[in-house]
Write a protein that binds this ligand. Structure first.
Ligand SMILES: C[S@@+](CC[C@H](N)C(=O)[O-])C[C@H]1O[C@@H](n2cnc3c(N)ncnc32)[C@H](O)[C@@H]1O
Length: 323
């Protein structure tokens, strides 16, 4: 059960010196709470633990799995800076985390390939819902240079990420916009996106990976409706979890354990969808086309011929929907 022990939630991450002043100057309402930086709405300026976990899995893929690597991302690890024992945590066991780790790199690669292709054909906006420690802008600067990238996430993790990007020397380029929103707090990410410079008359790629499972169904369907109302030519890629009953027995057990551990660590999975249900919801929300990308599809595309047998878990799937 490898999610247990992931207790960074609310952890103080390097806000002791300097960062407070800088953020107050930028008018983002940072307060001090017993030595911790807290942003408006009560969020602690620290990364979300689930975002740290997937960033570490992406780095673990580079370190524990032989080449060819599906994705090379160690920037997220640098951002998270989780200390020398970073891979000693139970949820970083290289053997037991093979399938979820493969899913994480496959979904990121799928999205990044699609974004790069869409940028080639002139799509200029990329929205990352629940961006966490996404590092597309830092790793793919040529593709990012053609785009305006909007990272949407809770205010606290965003404050922390902005600070880490500055500290590591990446900075925040003009084309990268942070959009602080809590999807569950009645906050309209749609309005905030417009405030950040999103042009609703132009098409966009919208990615939401590793987020829907932490949201209520209402928030997920609301997101579908909002994205379906974007300009024609827009595309959504959203990952979702299927009910464990749909999985083969071995994976089912593993998925139940992961679910129990997610609950125990304070980030429970709230929403599961059968693939046909998800594509149906997308069409009902107004998408012109909606298709399901299975773990087998991802395995064929990114893991064929690997001697190590690495392949993604069947638990997480992708919805790809076009406006
Ligand atoms: C597992 S991480 C995924 C990060 C990134 N998309 C990836 O694939 O690496 C989930 C992200 O969703 C964000 N998130 C979860 N619930 C949210 C909410 N209610 N409002 C805004 N962001 C939320 C978390 O802060 C976190 O960054």
């Amino acid at each position: 059960m490898f999610l247990v022990g992931d207790t960074e939630k609310g952890r103080q991450v390097g806000m002791e010196n300097g960062g407070q002043d800088a953020m107050e100057e930028e008018g983002r309402g940072v307060m001090e709470d017993e030595g911790r930086a807290v942003v408006e709405g009560g969020d602690v300026a620290a990364p979300d633990p689930t975002a740290v976990r997937v960033a570490l899995w992406r780095a673990l893929h580079v370190r524990a799995d032989p080449a060819p690597h599906v994705l090379v991302d160690e920037v997220g690890l640098r951002l998270a800076d989780p200390g020398p024992d970073r891979f000693a945590r139970p949820d970083m066991d290289p053997e037991r985390t093979r399938a979820p780790r493969a899913s994480i790199v496959a979904r990121a690669r799928y999205v990044e390939d699609l974004v790069a292709a869409e940028a080639e054909r002139g799509i200029g906006q990329y929205v990352v819902l629940g961006a966490g420690l996404d590092t597309f802008v830092q790793r793919r600067p040529e593709a990012a240079a053609r785009l305006r990238v909007f990272e949407v996430d809770r205010p606290g993790p965003q404050t922390w990420k902005r600070r880490r990007l500055e500290e590591l020397g990446y900075g925040v380029p003009e084309g990268l916009r942070f959009v602080p929103v809590d999807f569950e707090a009645g906050d309209s990410w749609w309005d905030r996106l417009a405030d950040a410079g999103f042009d609703a008359d132009r098409p966009a790629v919208v990615a939401s990976t590793g987020v829907s499972m932490y949201l209520t169904r209402r928030a997920v369907t609301d997101t579908l409706r909002r994205v379906a109302a974007l300009a024609p030519g827009s595309t959504l890629v959203m990952s979702f979890l299927v009910p464990s009953a749909l999985l083969p027995p071995r994976e089912r057990e593993q998925q139940r354990a992961i679910q129990a551990a997610a609950r125990a660590s304070g980030t429970p999975f709230l929403s599961f969808f059968e693939p046909r249900e998800m594509t149906g919801l997308a069409r009902a929300a107004g998408f012109r086309q909606a298709r399901h990308v299975s773990a087998d599809d991802l395995a064929r595309r990114f893991f064929t011929g690997r001697p190590d047998g690495l392949r993604p878990s069947g638990a997480e799937r992708l919805l790809v929907a076009s406006v």
